[in-house]
Write a protein that binds this ligand. Structure first.
Ligand SMILES: [Fe+2]
Ligand SMILES: [Fe+2]
Length: 365
């Protein structure tokens, strides 16, 4: 690029964000490998690295219409139902418009995956700098690479197969920026490895169940293989750290979990999608709510279940349910979340998620 073509200052400012991190960076002179579980996890991470260029077949031709008509998502079903309600601003819609809307909703989801992955890359890099243990610094370095690959593959899938991405959703944006700015090193871990990674595993799993498209399927399986290790990394590290915190300090972490679950459940109006479809979002929302009621369907329901099925058991392992006389157990119990206490075990079953190792073993036989 010549100087004349260089982006102006304003163009550059529009495409970057300045973030001030309040956490201290830490170097350690203790190189002893005394955290056996982290050593195992780090070795596993090195063995299961995959290559975004050669392990995925980017020559696969993706038909976006087919992608969204095979197994419509909850949101697509609600939108279809909303076209049948008298007075609805989308009552003139037919198959063509519904398919187009399905494609836009899929692009919106994949765009949030992409932005979330960049947030994960930044958070993992922050952990490298702020965690006091050498084994954790090593592991977080492999995670930083994993998240770079995830950001890259979602960006590439969108760009090459589907079209223009959507901007970062304000809820996700606020959630990730708070982690990157926080002065406490463990909060970046708790927010990313436990909350957002559990959310991501549920969201990727949800999409994987709905798609037959081979490139997207393999991409999601490989990304999930990495994410399961990231959650395990959080549980192993924070489990140790939280054993030594006071009840008052644990209370702060319990409050953090409440803020990031019960208090931020309403996260998904997607005004940009409706804008691109040329529909007034204010006008369509009441019909979407009515449609969801007619179908007895919450667009978030299955995904929320998947999320809490991962989050609640993982939180139990950190000792956060029962500290302060079971403060979090009571609050989550009132919200009906304790049924998930023993639902899933990502701390030890990351082997089972390892699609990369499974594919390689199959290729060798
Ligand atoms: Fe990731
Ligand atoms: Fe991750």
């Amino acid at each position: 690029m010549s100087i004349a073509e260089a982006p102006s200052r304003t163009e550059m400012d529009e495409s970057i964000r300045h973030i001030t991190d309040h956490a201290e960076r830490i170097m350690t002179w203790n190189y002893d490998r005394d955290r056996a579980q982290l050593v195992t996890l780090y070795n596993k991470a090195m063995a299961s690295q995959w290559n975004s260029v050669t392990d995925l077949d980017w020559s696969i031709d993706v038909d976006p219409e087919r992608l969204v008509t095979e197994r419509p998502s909850g949101v697509q079903r609600i939108v279809a139902e909303a076209t049948t309600i008298p007075g609805s601003p989308i009552s003139s819609w037919g198959e063509k418009e519904l398919t187009q809307a399905g494609i836009e909703f899929l692009k919106a989801s994949l765009s949030q995956f992409m932005h979330g992955e960049q947030g994960a890359m930044m958070t993992a890099a922050k952990i490298v700098e702020t965690v006091p243990w050498i084994d954790a610094k090593y592991y977080a370095s492999t995670q930083t690479m994993d998240e770079a690959r995830h950001t890259e593959v979602f960006a590439k899938y969108l760009h090459e197969k589907l079209g223009e991405a959507y901007p970062m959703n304000p809820f996700l944006d606020a959630q990730i920026m708070a982690l990157l700015e926080d002065s406490r090193w463990d909060i970046a871990y708790l927010g990313m490895q436990i909350v957002i990674e559990s959310l991501a595993l549920a969201a990727f799993g949800d999409m994987l169940r709905r798609t037959e498209e081979p490139l997207l399927r393999k991409l999601l399986r490989y990304v999930m293989a990495d994410e399961a290790r990231h959650v395990a990394f959080g549980i192993i590290s924070l489990g140790e750290y939280y054993e030594h915190l006071s009840e008052a300090e644990l209370k702060e972490r319990q409050e953090f979990m409440l803020d990031n679950t019960l208090r931020s459940r309403s996260r998904s109006t997607t005004p940009e999608v409706w804008e691109r479809l040329g529909v007034d979002v204010e006008a369509v929302v009441p019909y979407l709510l009515e449609a969801a009621g007619n179908l007895e369907l919450s667009p978030q329901a299955s995904f929320q279940r998947g999320f809490f099925a991962k989050l609640v058991p993982n939180t139990r392992k950190l000792g956060l349910l029962d500290a302060n006389d079971g403060y979090l157990r009571k609050k989550w119990g009132e919200a009906g979340l304790m049924e998930f206490e023993f639902a899933d075990d990502t701390a030890t079953d990351y082997e089972q998620y390892d699609a990369v190792a499974q594919d390689r073993a199959a290729a060798d036989t």
